[in-house]
Design a protein around this ligand. Structure first.
Ligand SMILES: [Fe+2]
Length: 305
């Protein structure tokens, strides 16, 4: 694989002012997505510092006793901690062999999450990192729109998107795959990972992804395929068990379209004719054991027994 591409600079939280100015640096990533089905972007030192701070806080959090971790879990809206069990990639009998912790924008004004801000630094750090990555995604989507449908309205994503850190203990498991093959059912997923394990399907074969510390992988999934008239197919991926006796952390920013917008594809053709893209995005989490976007936003996801 030939790594890439867009060098991200001048990222700040004033997304609206920088979005138009910065999108050109993401045009190579769009080209890579079309040509090879994935892209790798370099992140600047400020982003890397935020990501590494999240990892340090995650290391401390996941080492806490179960009771402490479950105090920061709200399964009905998929916020905070999740143990191994509820989430899977293919079938419920084979759960993803990872603990995880999530921050969703949609939940940030719930009183219990506001309370976490003072007592759970991991939650706050994830929120901050998501804010930064929103500027990256906003510029990337602008680059896509300029490539495929110049003048298209801005794609709203923040309220429906979430960031998650996964914690794996590979040596504790006998399975070959810690996550079975799947595509995420989102627009894109930005991935940063410290240890080997992630494999992506390219030309029919799973190949390992080796990311440098200052690189993130852009994984397209089915909602982006619908938006792009299948110019970019969904990227299937899995996590192989390295058997290593050191933890594996991976940080993912899962990007969904906001479900309140009327969404037209950037490219309309037979591949997306008659398909309600918002409804596809809404129901996609069901296939992994998670509530729809509507149910999760309403706090009506199932509570795990
Ligand atoms: Fe995934």
């Amino acid at each position: 694989m030939s790594p890439v591409l867009a060098s991200i600079s001048n990222v700040s939280r004033t997304a609206e002012t920088l979005r138009k100015a910065d999108y050109r640096s993401y045009l190579p990533a769009v080209e890579q997505l079309e040509r090879q089905g994935f892209a790798i972007i370099k992140v600047d030192s400020a982003i890397l510092a935020e990501v590494e701070a999240v990892q340090d806080l995650a290391q401390a959090f996941f080492a806490e006793p179960g009771a402490v971790k479950h105090a920061y879990a709200s399964p009905s809206c998929v916020e905070g901690y999740r143990e191994i069990g509820p989430e899977y990639s293919l079938v419920p009998e084979r759960p993803d062999l990872t603990e995880s912790f999530s921050f969703w924008y949609r939940n940030r004004h719930r009183p219990e999450m506001e309370a976490w801000h003072s007592s759970c630094p991991l939650h706050t750090a994830l929120h901050n990192t998501a804010d930064t990555l929103c500027t990256v995604v906003d510029a990337l989507f602008t680059a896509m729109a300029e490539t495929w449908s110049p003048g298209a309205p801005r794609l709203g994503f923040q309220e429906a998107s979430y960031i998650q850190i996964n914690y794996y203990e590979p040596a504790q498991h006998s399975r070959e795959l810690l996550q079975d093959p799947h595509e995420d059912g989102h627009l894109i997923t930005l991935v940063w990972a410290t240890e080997p394990g992630l494999e992506i399907k390219v030309d029919g074969q799973f190949i390992p992804v080796e990311l440098a510390k200052n690189e993130m992988l852009i994984m397209p999934s089915s909602i982006l395929s619908l938006m792009s008239g299948n110019r970019v197919p969904p990227l299937y991926h899995q996590v192989r068990n390295s058997r290593r006796d050191v933890p594996r952390y991976s940080l993912m920013f899962f990007v969904n379209p906001e479900i309140t917008q009327k969404l037209e594809p950037w490219i309309r053709n037979d591949s997306n004719a008659g398909i309600d893209i918002i409804e596809q995005a809404n129901s996609a989490p069901n296939k992994f054991g998670l509530p729809t976007l509507v149910d999760g936003a309403a706090g009506q996801g199932k509570t795990y027994g």
